[in-house]
Write a protein that binds this ligand. Structure first.
Ligand code: NAD
Ligand code: UDP
Length: 318
């Protein structure tokens, strides 16, 4: 297939480029480098199957030629209030990437008869009162809260995706992605994996927000990409959770990072998550992914971190 991928220069986007090209697809990457980096794609400069267009997806798309699939990954993704590129500091950009960006992708799909996959998120469940989260759960989201620009952008994008499927018969797919980590994350984007790995490799104490009892379930990037590719090819239009079902508290995660890196500096407790409305428990119910896609993660957290640490060492010049 010839595939258009928005957010190609980001963490997930660049790994998707690699996987789709390895599967012999042709990829047209679109990005405006808002939170991504040309460096993530530099190894593809002379790849015959890859073309890149610098473009802001919130504005009408340039001529792309015929495409058979569109994957929409362009959006700020870090909840950090302390980093200029966290979505709390890019509220309008985030809402527009979810709203206008998704609309432009779907218009293209309708015109060209292309299939569509959107990168949704576990954040559509908000701070959930159902655990683990299954796709039938509607979520607990504050529409005017500190995370609303991201959560509501993705919820709107899901609604728009379903509308194009129902009204125009577009072959749509919604991936609800849970916390994913691996090489090519920005080392300073404020998310917990980059923060903890950078701190540990510099022999600094890891900053645990709140009491550290909040949980996440971390998926290694290669596993996630495999799930996404399977979903793109699947015959289902319902949202599908893609993530790891192995839940861990943030305090346990900090201890594991210190153990794997040999960091002796320990952990420092910070007053709260600094943004507010921090989801307290997050773990995907992946029965739908198992059933529809025959997919579940294969790489343990220890193995995934061992594959990620050398990248962070390199980036930090250590
Ligand atoms: P990222 O910041 O590394 O990548 C996002 C990319 O989108 C960047 O290259 C950025 O420059 C680009 N972008 C942003 N706004 C744009 C615009 N208006 N026009 C063109 N390009 C634009 O983040 P990521 O972690 O790779 O996330 C990719 C997608 O996956 C996002 O949609 C995010 O919401 C979703 N997601 C990621 C995770 C995760 O754990 N990484 C979890 C859930 C959902
Ligand atoms: N967190 C933390 N220390 C940090 C960064 C994050 O304790 O230095 C916590 C944060 O409060 C949240 C979890 O780690 O409970 C995951 O945060 P992240 O920013 O990676 O993404 P989220 O899952 O909240 O979207």
């Amino acid at each position: 297939m010839r595939i258009l991928l928005t957010g190609a220069a980001g963490f997930l986007g660049s790994h998707l480029c690699d996987r789709l090209l390895a599967d012999d697809h042709e990829v047209v990457g679109l990005d405006n480098f808002l939170t991504g980096s040309p460096e993530n794609l530099s190894h593809l400069d002379s790849h015959p199957g890859f073309t890149f267009i610098r473009h802001d997806v919130t504005t009408p798309f340039p001529t792309t030629g015929k495409v058979e699939a569109v994957l929409h990954f362009a959006s700020p993704a870090s909840p950090s209030k302390n980093h200029p590129l966290g979505y709390p500091n890019l509220p309008i950009e985030t809402l527009m990437a979810g709203a206008h960006g998704t609309h432009h992708c779907l218009e293209l799909c309708q015109q060209q008869g292309a299939r569509f996959l959107m990168a949704s998120t576990s954040e559509v469940y908000g701070d959930p009162d159902v655990h683990p989260q299954e796709e039938t759960y509607w979520g607990r989201v504050n529409p005017v809260g500190p995370r609303s620009m991201y959560d509501e952008a993705k919820r709107f994008a899901e609604a728009m995706t379903m509308a194009y499927h129902q009204k125009h018969g577009v072959d749509t797919h919604i991936a609800r992605i849970f916390n994913t980590y691996g090489p090519r994350m920005q080392v300073d984007d404020g998310r917990v994996v980059p923060n903890f790995l950078s701190q540990a490799l510099r022999n600094a104490a890891l900053t645990v927000y709140g009491n550290g009892a909040q949980t996440r379930s971390f998926c290694y990037v290669d596993d996630l990409i495999d799930g996404l590719v399977r979903l793109l090819m699947a015959d289902s239009h319902e949202p599908v959770n893609i993530g790891s079902p192995n839940e861990i508290t943030i305090r346990e995660f900090a201890e594991l990072v210190n153990q794997l890196t040999g960091n002796q500096a320990g952990i420092v407790s910070m007053p709260d998550d600094q943004l507010g409305d921090d989801p307290q428990r997050r773990r995907p119910d992946i029965r739908r992914a198992r059933r529809l896609l025959g997919w579940e993660p294969q790489i343990s957290l220890e193995d995934g971190l061992a594959r990620t640490i050398p990248y962070f060492r390199g980036k930090l010049g250590l």
